[in-house]
Design a protein around this ligand. Structure first.
Ligand SMILES: [Zn+2]
Length: 133
């Protein structure tokens, strides 16, 4: 399944961040998913526990932050896209082939379990499958 491999790559990125910060376990993570990315948050939620099993992310709380799509209209500049209208300016209908945001799939925040003195949430935005088109 698509989301299973996405869960695995998110876990890899999270483990890198964890290592860089000298942590041993992740208690929670949040992921930014663009409305226009092909990822279904529910499916990612479903795939995550199995993908995280046996990793430092086992049992971690996954939350998903949805990012609205923003395209660039030649006339109106950045406009918030509506899924039902496709990649077109909702004001004038002009095609907006370039997404300014809304196709992201990235780790937003990672909460490292306080097993060692250093703890707390940190913000990190590694590039993950960003700007592919
Ligand atoms: Zn427009």
């Amino acid at each position: 399944m698509h989301e299973a491999s996405i869960a695995l790559s998110l876990i890899e990125v999270a483990q890198d961040v964890l290592r860089e910060n000298g942590g041993t376990r992740v208690s929670a993570l949040s992921v930014r998913i663009g409305q226009w990315s092909a990822v279904v948050p529910e499916a990612l939620h479903a795939a995550f526990p199995a993908a995280a099993a046996g990793t430092p992310l086992q049992g971690a709380r996954l939350s998903v932050v949805r990012v609205l799509g923003v395209g660039e209209c030649p006339q109106h500049g950045p406009v918030t896209l509506e899924l039902s209208k496709g990649l077109r300016c909702p004001l004038c209908g002009a095609p907006t082939p370039k997404l300014l945001q809304g196709d992201e799939l990235e780790l937003d925040e990672l909460e490292i379990a306080p097993s060692v003195p250093a703890s707390g949430a940190l913000s990190n935005r590694p590039e993950l499958a960003e700007e592919e088109s």
